[in-house]
Write a protein that binds this ligand. Sequence first.
Ligand code: GLA
Length: 401
Amino acid sequence: MTRTDAEARALFARLTGQEPTGLWSAPGRVNLIGEHTDYNDGFVFPFAIDFRTVVAVGARDDGRIRVVSTFDEVPVEVPVEVALDDLDALFPARRDEIVEWARYPLGVAWALRAAARDAGVDASASLTGVDLAFSSDVPVGAGLSSSAAIEGATAAALNDIWGLGLDRVTLAQAGRRAENEAVGAPTGIMDQMAALLGESDAGIFLDCRSLEADVVELGFAAAGLELLVIDTRVTHAHSTGGYGERRAACERGAAIMGVPALRDLSVDDLPRAQELMDDVTFRRVRHVVTEDQRVLDAVRTLRANGPRAIGPLLDASHASMRDDFEISVPELDLAVDTARSAGAVGARMTGGGFGGSAIALVDRDLVPDVTAAVEAAFAEAGFAKPHVFTVHPSAGARRDA
Ligand code: GLA
């Protein structure tokens, strides 16, 4: 049993005085390449990481849902509690009444009930009340999708407890709906798909329009490589500011070009786009269009020549986010540049940007050198000490006990 398993169990016992019916978990994710392409109907290539959120679950017979967590801001003795029948009134209109972290699991419960209705599942009898106790080792605010880990664990658990029989893509869609409408972050579906579909030693090559997913072997270990995460400790929130503005610029660009989404443009369309739009909108569009192409190139290159060959694509992706999409910060640029100078095969920021983490693909033997170089560079620049650690492609949401 992992430490997080034990914490979730203990928390559940403190809340209910009983043993849970079971334990479910879901991972955070790293995106290897394909940033801000998901809500443009494009391509992404994330993988699930070996950091997980665990939820201990038990049914209740009073139609109420209670959630507690070790990452809660209020004491465990005060669980967030709602009648299942009140969820429809609560989300999205009155979501502000719920403490922020609890909007994720309660939002998933709300979205799953709706998904079950849409799928024609007659679950009226089985939608019992439920207690959910969460613990997690996914770093929060690091751009590793701690939120999708909560959503994935909740969705997998409720799907089983309520006997809904919904497929993984539907569970991911419910997670995204919770994020968009119950939390209010206008994100795409990449994180939830990675948390639900991840497999060990594999990336998820996802077409965000069709939601077709290919599981692609990554082969990092066989190639003697490690994937290093450099958490800059600059925190971000996608429910505010920059993320939504970038999304709006993409929609503006697609409208000017007369296409449903930027996914429908290719690199050949860029000269015409440049003629038709202002410089900022054009650069946002150029990032997304070239990034989609880089995802396709990365998957093809990986399959043909192995993981070491994708380094230049990771580097190019970072340059595009820094210069065209303008979502990097000095700490991320320094992490990427230093990792590369210290011998990384390739490096880029990962996730939504404006803070969070960079990733670097590094020869196993060089991990200590790259780590030391990044720490030294941060100290010299007067930045807070970064948190540098390796992650390994891992399984998606599952029942653990
Ligand atoms: C965040 C969002 C994702 C995606 C990335 C950027 O992680 O949750 O949907 O848009 O940013 O690629």
